[in-house]
Design a protein around this ligand. Sequence first.
Ligand SMILES: [Zn+2]
Length: 117
Amino acid sequence: MKTDAPVCDLCGRVAHFRFAGAGARPVLRCWRHAVFYGPVFRRALQVSAVVGTILFLINQLDVVLSGHVTPLVVFKIVLTYLVPFLVSMYSALDINRLRTVPAIPGKAPAAPPGAAA
Ligand SMILES: [Zn+2]
């Protein structure tokens, strides 16, 4: 059975995300390969490093400097870096998600932005 659904450039599964590639052709990715797509993953790490460090300085630096580091504090520090990473990743994936365009009766379906004519 052949479908017109876009497929992942790496594995051939149904693509759920379209990223702007270096060339004219967009990069299509399935869920698994979108999460580890280099530019998105690196950007999420950068956001996590900057925002996580600022939040760490605001929320936990005094506790660390006072020497009262407990497993709970370590867990909170991990979350301090993990949350901005996940927010950045979620935002990038959501903005690049392939959306289906609902069909309007009597009108030809619109091509998604960036699709070849
Ligand atoms: Zn894939």
